[in-house]
Every structure is written in C-alpha cells, then in structure tokens.
Design a protein around this ligand. Structure first.
Ligand code: PLP
Length: 232
C-alpha cells in the first residue's frame, strides 16, 4: 500500500465507524450509506476508494466530474452529482451521473431527461430542499412549499426516477435543528410521493445529526480524503 492509500483507508475506517455508531445510537436497523465526495481530488484517489470497497462517489462541478467519471469508467461506481447545476449543463451531467442530487427547479428537467434518454439510462433524481429561512437568499435548494409540485414534474419525465431529497444544513445553525425541519419536510413529501424515501444529508461535520434525523446516506469528503487542495 502506498502512503496515500494508507491515509485514505484510515479516513474511511473512521467515517465508517462514525456512521455505524450514529446508526446504532439512533436505533437504526441498517447503517446509512456513504457517498464519498471526491471533488478536487484526483482520479487516482477514486481508484483507491474503489479498492477499499466504496461504491458511490460524489462530485460538484460538471467538467471535473465528467473527466473523472470518464477516467474511472471501468470501476463500476455510482456517480452522484451534488453541486449547483446550470440548465445548459443538465443534459451533459445526465450523460454520466447515476444520481443527480441537486435538482432544485423544473428548468433542469428537460435537459436531464434528454441526457438520460440519449444515454439509454434512467437517472435517479433527488430534490435539493432549502433549509434556510425563506427569503434569506442563502444556499441553493427548492423552497419546501414548492417541493410537491416539483416532484410531480419529475414524475412526468420517463427517463428520470424521483428517489427523494437532499439537503445541506445552513451555516451557523445547529444542524440538529436544521435536520429536524428536514425530517418534517420529508414526511410531507412521503405522504404524496411514497416512493421518494431516500434522504441524502450529513457531511464531515454533521453526519451524526443527519443520521439521527433519518438520513439514508451521508456525503462525506474531507473526513475521508483530508483537507481539499486550495482552488487555483
Ligand atoms: C463538498 C460537499 C460535501 C462534502 O463536504 P465535507 O465537509 O468535505 O464532508 C457534501 N455535500 C455537498 C453538496 C458538497 O458540495
């Protein structure tokens, strides 16, 4: 093993233990899944992760994601797109992403549907819901009040499959409070869309809180791979 693979193995072990402990404490029958967010890290790291049994990886920038997914196509990984999405890039993202977690407006659906169709694949969709106070103009995400209508629109796209929700806890708020709100939003969506039972929540700093509030998978970058290299 190289030094880098030792490092990643140690990070991965620690995160897997945190997920198991949090799940056990929450009385969950099965531990939450893990998507390792590999943004800013090279394709070689993705190979190491696959060797260590990781099945799902996440990326947040289209060009970088597309290149890495292409370079790692032989690994059979599931690629999750978790970043802000421009509508003119949506078709291209659906060309390699198996799960698009950051769908927050109907305008993206035409492109996603086209890209998925062209590839002959069904792309899983998570709706990114905003946990910010209304009108705060903070992070991306659909307003909880508009969620059900957006879910209906996804349902009209034959190459897309609505799987559930994704959220990021707002900066500066106790993540337990934010994820408690998320659990309520999720219950509301499940009442009208019972199949949308995936909940993607929790990152390096707050995965325990997310698991307490029902996350079915967490998205973890730095706690597995170390600090991200600075943006050039
Ligand atoms: C980068 C990123 C993560 C992972 O963040 P870490 O704090 O490094 O674990 C999770 N979700 C999204 C949407 C991200 O952009």
């Amino acid at each position: 093993m190289t030094e880098r693979s030792d490092q990643i193995a140690a990070g991965l072990d620690a995160v897997r233990r945190r997920i198991e402990t949090a799940g056990a404490e929450a009385g969950r029958a099965e531990p939450a899944g893990l998507v390792v967010v590999t943004k800013f890290f090279p394709a070689e790291d993705v190979r190491i992760l696959a060797d260590l049994g990781v099945t799902d990886v996440g990326e947040n920038r289209h060009q970088e994601a597309q290149q890495k997914a292409h370079a790692c196509a032989d690994l059979g990984l599931r690629w999750h797109f978790v970043g802000g999405l421009q509508s003119n890039k949506a078709a291209a993202v659906a060309g390699y992403a198996d799960v698009v977690e950051s769908v927050d407006r109907a305008k993206l659906l035409t492109g996603l549907q086209r890209g998925a169709h062209k590839r002959g694949a069904t792309v899983d969709v998570l709706l990114q819901v905003s946990l910010d106070p209304p009108g705060s103009g903070g992070r991306a995400g659909v307003d909880p009040g508009e969620l059900s209508a957006l879910a209906d629109r996804v349902g009209e796209c034959g190459a897309l499959r609505l799987r559930g929700l994704m959220a990021v806890a707002p900066l500066g708020e106790d993540p337990d409070e934010a994820f408690a709100r998320l659990a309520d939003v999720r219950a509301g969506l499940l009442a009208s869309h019972p199949g949308a039972d995936v909940l993607s929540a929790g990152m390096s700093g707050d995965l325990e809180a997310a698991i307490r509030h029902g996350a079915t998978h967490v998205r973890v970058g730095s706690a597995v791979l170390g600090p991200r290299p600075p943006v050039l």
